[in-house]
Write a protein that binds this ligand. Structure first.
Ligand code: URA
Length: 250
């Protein structure tokens, strides 16, 4: 039972979710890194994809794919065939990632948008063009870095990713990180940063400190799409990029 703070009456959980859903409010559940690690992990011996409990049993033959030992091409194929969540029914195609597979820098965004879903490549829309310009500002060509997203499929109408979608997709991202072994990770936007860092902090707080993921330094910053809406934050984003540049040149 959920107790409504305003009037003290108790709403059954299902009803509370129904009302929130009707108001277009998404319910976020706590992300637990142990949950992720039990599904998949970065290290070779731990990473594997198990079907989530909500997945139809008839799909398990397609989705029970071990990714721990996958090379790049096998991993790409596993992502292309993934049917772990409902997004497989609405995507045009999966968006695996692009760039230099020996890159020092890994850029992680949230999820493909409409342009990315159509082209099969991350960050090709307006936000992607800004990202390319931001990388150029620290003397990096897009082709020199590796770019991917937390989710490999577009959520319908660009809604925020659901917790289960993030959990299901983590094994792919973790394996990409393990294969790439980048010198630094640049994670953009609240959702991607919270997912990678298993945090609930706002992006404005997360960007204030350097983090690390399995020993790899992480710089969290504003999403280029947000910077397009709020150009006054570009100054802060430039500061973050300079921190990133220092890390890469160290
Ligand atoms: N926004 C993202 O987070 N990723 C993309 O690939 C495109 C837009």
């Amino acid at each position: 039972m959920h107790r409504d703070k305003a009037d003290g009456c108790e709403l059954p959980e299902e009803l509370r979710r129904y009302y929130l859903d009707a108001m277009g409010i998404q319910v976020w559940e706590e992300l637990d890194i142990q949950d992720f690690l039990s599904v998949a992990a970065v290290t070779e011996d731990r990473a594997s994809v198990e079907p989530s409990s909500s997945v139809n049993k008839s799909q398990t033959s397609i989705i029970n794919v071990e990714v721990s030992n996958c090379d790049w091409e096998e991993l790409r194929a596993a992502v292309e065939q993934c049917r772990l969540c409902e997004l497989c029914n609405t995507r045009k195609q999966t968006v695996f990632g692009t760039g230099n597979q020996s890159a020092d820098l890994l850029v992680i965004g949230e999820a493909p948008g409409q342009d990315e879903d159509a082209q099969g490549e991350p960050f090709v829309g307006e936000a992607g063009q800004l990202l390319t310009a931001m990388l150029k500002a620290i003397k990096l060509e897009r082709e020199q870095v590796y770019i991917t997203n937390v989710l490999k499929c577009q959520p319908p109408n660009n809604r925020d990713p659901l917790v289960d979608e993030i959990k299901n997709c983590h094994s792919y991202l973790y394996r990409q990180i393990a294969l790439l072994q980048p010198k630094a990770i640049y994670v953009v936007g609240r959702i991607a940063a919270q997912a990678l860092l298993n945090s609930k902090e706002s992006i404005s707080k997360l960007r204030l400190h350097q983090h690390n993921f399995e020993g790899i330094p992480v710089i969290a910053s504003y999403h280029p799409a947000y910077l397009l809406r709020k150009p006054s934050e570009k100054k802060a984003a430039w500061h973050d990029l300079q921190q990133l540049q220092k890390l890469l040149e160290a």
